[in-house]
Ligand binder design. Structure first.
Ligand code: GRF
Length: 182
C-alpha cells in the first residue's frame, strides 16, 4: 500500500509540484491525499488543483491564537488520515504538542545543510559566512525549529560570483530532487 501524504504549504509550492509529479510515476511509493495552505491564494494551491488533489486553506489570521489555528489544522489532517505530513515551504511554527503528536510522521525541507544555517534567509547568511558549499536537508521535525533527524541532504557549490538568487536556483533544483526521495 502506498504511503499517504498531506503536504502543508504557504507559498508558490514548487516543492509541492515536484512531489505531486513524483507521486504520479508508476513506481511511486506514496500518494498525495491533500494539500493545506495557511495562506489564501498561495500559488501551490493551483498545483494541487492541476493534479486533482484536494486543496484546503486554513488561514491562521482567521484564528485568535496558535492553539485555535492548530486545532483546525489537526482536524483537517485527521480527516485526511495521512501516514505522513510533509512541510514544503510551510511558514508557521508548529507547537511542541503538534510536533510530538506526529513524531516521526512529520518531515520538513530546509534550504541549507543542517545543522548549519537554521532559520530564515539562509542563502544571505551562506554568502556572509563565505562557505564554499551549501545545500538542502529533509529532516524529521522536532519541537526545536529546523532540528531533528536528517533523512537526506544534497550539497551544491557556492561560487565567488553567486548572489542569493543564483544560490537559490541551484539549491531549489536539489530540493525538488530530494524531497520525493525522502
Ligand atoms: C523552499 O526553499 C523550502 O526549502 C523552504 O521554503 C521554500 C519553499 O519553496 N522551506 P516552494 O514553495 O516549495 O517553491
Amino acid at each position: 500500500m502506498k504511503l499517504s501524504v498531506v503536504v502543508l504549504i504557504s507559498g508558490r509550492g514548487s516543492n509541492l509540484k515536484s512531489v505531486l509529479e513524483a507521486a504520479q510515476l508508476p513506481d511511486s511509493r506514496f500518494q498525495i491525499v491533500g494539500v493545506i495552505s495557511n495562506v489564501p491564494g498561495a500559488g501551490g494551491l493551483d498545483h494541487a488543483k492541476a493534479h486533482d488533489v484536494p486543496a484546503f486553506v486554513i488561514d491562521h489570521k482567521a484564528f485568535s491564537d496558535r492553539a485555535a489555528f492548530e486545532a483546525a489544522l489537526a482536524s483537517k489532517i485527521n480527516q485526511l488520515a495521512p501516514g505522513l505530513i510533509c512541510l514544503a515551504g510551510f511558514m508557521r511554527i508548529l507547537s511542541g504538542d503538534f510536533v510530538r503528536a506526529w513524531r516521526d510522521r512529520l518531515i520538513n525541507i530546509h534550504p541549507s545543510l543542517l545543522p548549519s544555517f537554521k532559520g530564515l534567509n539562509t542563502h544571505a547568511r551562506v554568502l556572509d559566512a563565505g562557505v564554499r558549499f551549501t545545500g538542502c536537508t529533509v529532516h524529521f521535525v522536532r519541537p526545536e525549529t529546523d532540528d531533528g533527524p536528517i533523512i537526506i541532504q544534497a550539497a551544491v557549490p557556492v561560487y565567488a560570483d553567486d548572489s542569493e538568487a543564483t544560490i537559490a536556483v541551484r539549491v531549489l533544483a536539489e530540493e525538488h530532487r530530494i524531497l520525493p526521495l525522502a
